[in-house]
Design a protein around this ligand. Sequence first.
Ligand code: SF4
Length: 340
Amino acid sequence: MNALEVKNLKVIFPTEMGVVRAVEGIDIEIEQGKCAAIVGESGCGKSVTSLAVMKLLSTPPAVVRVDKLVLGGTDIRDLTDKQMQKVRGKDVAMVFQDALTALNPVMQVGKQIDEIFLAHDMSERAVGENGRKLNRKKEAKRRTLEALKLVGISDAETRYKAYPHQLSGGMRQRVLIAMAFACNPNLIIADEPTTALDVTIQAQVLDVLKELQKKRNTSLMLITHDLSIVMHMADEIYVMYCGKIVERAKTRDLFKDPLHPYTMGLLGSIARIDDERGRFVQIPSSLPSPINKPSGCYFHPRCQYATEKCKEQMPPLETPENGRCVRCWNYKEIKDGKRG
Ligand code: SF4
């Protein structure tokens, strides 16, 4: 079963400067227990996609259209805000990039996790195994301490009483992970979960995330601009550019044999242990303005393989082999070395 199915998701923001087409008809499927990464530069639409899946985009200003938005078998398109409050945390949860912003600065972190258990998961557990009524607050605290230990926070009793600013960045991120896993949701969306951390702490936090995801058979949607962190995390990768999916592939296939020139550029800009190039490759220029996207293939002003056709016509998302998808007029010639 799929934990998430999204079909033809479109998000636009009408602004005074013009219409921003942030997401232009994308499809995503994540199998239960698998990790899919959405990768692309800042501003490509990946975070907007995650917020749309969580139904966290306020309408207006955002205009969201989607043909299918199914979470763990339930169509959530028409759920009200109140109904969605029950879904968030219990069926789908989010790990945000900036823990200092995501956490309440004037509340002990332990109490913040307690609140999730009290809001979602305590009613059916209000009676203990021996049939006696449990003290809800005590039971919530017990489970919070368990959750803190699970994400590798030592001295959980002391940390429970800490305020966010008293914890290190890595520890705060672990608290967010504990909160996301608290009610055992089907799907966790992690939006740049380690961007604000040092590289060594990043690796530790990713390990915690991966270990829990595997142990709980949770599905993970990992949003990142950094392809190097998804290499050991994701089963499948969606590469986004200017609001469109330009390539989708199993992680191993994508790293071994990228088909889209943008993916090649992203891979060229990361360091790999098996790399013999001795230098990094840069994608020239930067992402175009979302209000004024180029004609034809959005990537053509930055693409060394661009042809006249690329400047005029948007390529379709083709499915060449192995469930892979690629949006490029010339991917076959590029692959065969007949271009460039
Ligand atoms: Fe480059 Fe053309 Fe392919 Fe776009 S369609 S990525 S411009 S070769």
